[in-house]
Design a protein. Structure first.
Length: 56
């Protein structure tokens, strides 16, 4: 739905602000994709360090 809105805005008249909206939308999507991986990686790292400390 967001993609359709951006495409219709760009299709009606391409200006710098439309380009900025598309760029901001792409940045937001990448941000939302990265957050779960960072959280899982952090939990995994803490779990690994805790496990290693118990074995030592």
């Amino acid at each position: 739905m967001c993609r359709a809105t951006v495409e219709s805005n760009v299709g009606t008249g391409s200006t710098d602000s439309d380009s900025d909206v598309g760029s901001g939308l792409n940045t937001g999507i990448l941000y939302l994709m990265i957050i779960p991986y960072v959280l899982v990686g952090t939990v995994g790292l803490l779990w690994y360090k805790s496990s290693r400390k118990k074995n030592a």
